[in-house]
Write a protein that binds this ligand. Structure first.
Ligand SMILES: [Fe+2]
Length: 678
């Protein structure tokens, strides 16, 4: 990895715009906000005087009485990530994360890369402020550096890649290179826009919400501006990044190349490749390491670019790559053969080895006992599990929104701690991610109003009845859609927007895959387990609240399997592997979520009630959506998904709906065509 300097600095300003008076007031207001924030410990009368002056600068004096508290000391920072994949917004007040959400949840377009105007609107509503009350807006990436990288990549391969270059240019010239203007146009924000570097944002999203005062930091993704990975350490409010790995050498792009080659969608289907790996043997591992990747002792990589085509932006792999692996890439939706399974096992083994080496090197260089991870590759929970079990660190913490959505949060926190220099409170072993339940919620009244307005039949439940009713339905073998509390931030459903099932039943996996999710049946489901009972079921002795660690099912629960030879993938799937077969993968692994009462009492109670009924403290948890659709957000999304699938029961806050009581669903089968398959 090569060293590069790091600092957070604005590279563009748009203070004032055409209206100079308004601009001057905005600057004065920000200046006073800044003084106020720095002097929160000053006598009360100084705060009052400054508050009155501050409010005097506001256009709407009437809000003074409503917002008196806010103006005393609060600074709001809005972080934005967009225009690549997974747009998102996050709002931070005085260093506390108030809200964060991905744009896809509102627009219903999976991985929506467009400007996150809906996510921003939601963040402002949650903070109960207007855009003019935001002290700082920060973008998670420096587009001018990314543009430089793309330009240089193109010049390297020109004239190849001309078409993709021309296709990309309008968005660059119209939006990506004019972020402050776009933000002003879309939101009305009239202050300066700050920029963090892409991996700075990832690093900040990994360290600041973590439960550690001090920790090593490792970020790994496809590519940011030039960096594709970085490491360093965090201590209190400071982050120091020591080294970076630069494009085109990228662990994320390497993994994505295999995602493409095995017929899955890049930047979306990587977790399918990981799920396919246990079906294969890593017989291409040595070939990958001898031909494609030069893996160094510190885990950094050098790719042989003759096997890849991503420099020109047309496709991920070259003809030479196909020749090496015995034929062309698998076409999307074509049958998955043993070759794809073996390729998946091989690249997964390589990725794990790279990540383990990186972690070992970072430990040696920083001397820290804790590790924070972020970047899209940190969603590889199998590799994370190995780092935890076999790596040198005592503890690891992974940002649940490890991909680019989390960059919005990292950028906002970076401004609070690094740019403004505020102290970081002692985390006291608790992370500040709040279970990642940072999205919108809908009250009992809101749900009822929706159902009544549509005339959909439902029953009301009282308080503790809800968890019991959900548990009873699941114990009877029903598939239950469950929507409760604030929506999750990040790609995993954690019991706020989940579909639940019985893990003891052999057929749960097949039913959920084919009748609910409409997807390939090889993929395993994840278990949610009561935190204090996790070690009774899995070889895991610590919390895994964000479903980002894989652990094996306890040995005494496993059932030995017959020989795999000559048995098809689907046949292998039907063999019972443990006493919780629906969540036990072919290699006895499980991608588990531990649930505690502090972060998610309603969901904890559902699993507790299920245990009382069945003796099993585990429940199947898969995201509340169908294939190609973002996870549901609102009651309307939930009802639509409920009726489109063979789900039996829907629970939304204190309302329960049964499929057989619902009116016929009026929609043509074409709704499936509108969803882009991932
Ligand atoms: Fe990234």
């Amino acid at each position: 990895m090569s060293g590069r300097p790091h600092c957070l600095r604005p590279i563009a300003r748009n203070g004032g715009g055409a209206d100079r008076t308004k601009g001057a007031l905005a600057i004065a207001r920000k200046w006073i906000y800044f003084i106020l924030a720095r002097r929160a410990q000053q006598p009360w009368w100084r705060q009052v005087v400054a508050t009155i002056v501050c409010v005097g600068l506001r256009r709407n004096i009437g809000t003074f009485f409503i917002r008196f508290k806010d103006y005393q000391v609060s600074i709001h920072i809005l972080g934005i990530s967009c225009f690549y994949h997974d747009s998102a917004a996050c709002i931070v007040r005085d260093g506390s994360i108030l809200a964060a959400a991905q744009e896809e949840r509102f627009t219903r377009k999976k991985h929506d890369p467009r400007f996150p105007r809906n996510a921003i609107k939601y963040c402002l509503e949650e903070a109960d402020i207007k855009i003019h009350d935001v002290g700082y807006v920060v973008f998670y990436d420096k587009p001018i550096l990314t543009f430089e990288r793309i330009l240089m990549s193109y010049l390297t391969v020109a004239p190849k890649g001309l078409r993709s270059w021309l296709e990309a240019m309008p968005l660059w010239l119209g939006q990506k290179l004019h972020i402050p203007k776009v933000i002003k146009k879309e939101t009305g924000y009239d202050g300066d826009v700050l920029f963090t570097e892409h991996h700075e944002a990832h690093a900040a999203s990994a360290f600041y919400p973590s439960p550690f005062n001090e920790a090593a930091i490792l970020t790994i993704d496809g590519v940011g501006e030039w960096a594709t990975g970085s490491y360093g350490f965090g201590k209190n409010k400071d982050i120091t990044l020591l080294k970076e790995l630069h494009f085109p050498d990228s662990v994320g792009l390497l993994y994505s190349a295999f995602t493409y080659f095995t017929g899955f969608k890049v930047n979306s289907g990587e977790y399918k490749l990981m799920g396919l790996a246990p079906y294969g043997m890593p017989r291409y591992k040595d070939l990958i390491l001898s031909e494609l990747v030069d893996m160094k002792e510190d885990g950094s990589v050098r790719l042989d670019l003759s096997y890849f085509d991503f420099l020109g932006g047309l496709r991920m792999t070259s003809k030479r790559f196909a020749k090496l692996f015995g034929g062309p890439p698998r076409k999307p939706e074509a049958e998955i053969t043993q070759r794809e399974m073996d390729i998946a096992a091989s690249i997964q083994a390589v990725a794990e080895e790279i990540m383990l080496r990186m972690a070992t090197h970072v430990h040696k260089e920083t001397g820290q006992e804790n590790l924070c991870l972020a970047g899209g590759v940190a969603l590889n929970c199998v590799a994370n599990g190995r780092i935890l079990r076999e790596g040198p660190f005592e503890n690891i913490w992974i940002q649940p929104a490890a991909g680019d959505a989390g960059g919005a949060m990292g950028a906002a926190l970076s401004v609070w701690y690094r740019y403004l220099g505020n102290d970081r409170p002692n985390p006291n072993d608790n992370d500040s991610q709040q279970g990642s339940y940072l999205g919108p919620s809908f009250s009992n009244e809101a749900v009822r109003t929706f159902l009544e307005s549509k005339g959909y039949p439902f029953h009301r439940l009282n308080g503790s009845e809800t968890s019991r009713a959900v548990a009873e339905q699941v114990a009877e073998g029903k598939i239950v859609g469950y929507m409760a509390g604030r929506m999750e931030f990040g790609p995993r459903a954690l019991g706020a927007r989940s579909i639940l099932g019985d893990p003891r039943r052999q057929d749960t996996q097949t039913v959920m895959n084919l009748k609910i999710k409409y997807r390939e049946s090889f993929r395993p489901f994840a278990p949610s387990v009561i935190e204090e009972k996790a070690s009774e079921y899995f070889e895991m002795n610590r919390p895994s609240p964000y479903m980002l660690l894989v652990a094996d099912v306890q040995k005494e629960r496993r059932i030995s399997q017959p020989s795999r030879d000559g048995v098809s993938m689907l046949e292998r799937l039907k063999v019972k592997r443990s006493d919780i077969p629906a969540v036990t993968h072919l290699d006895y692994s499980a991608r588990l979520q531990t649930v505690n009462r502090t972060h998610k009492p309603d969901y904890y109670d559902v699993i507790s009630e299920f245990e009382k009924l069945t003796g099993c403290a585990v429940i199947v948890n898969t995201s509340f959506n169908v294939r190609g659709e973002p996870i549901i957000c609102s009651p309307e999304d939930a009802y639509r998904c409920f009726m489109r699938t063979e789900m039996d029961v829907l629970v939304m806050e204190d309302c329960i709906l049964f499929k057989e009581e619902q009116p016929p669903w009026q929609e043509s089968e074409e709704w499936r065509d509108e969803l882009e398959l991932d």
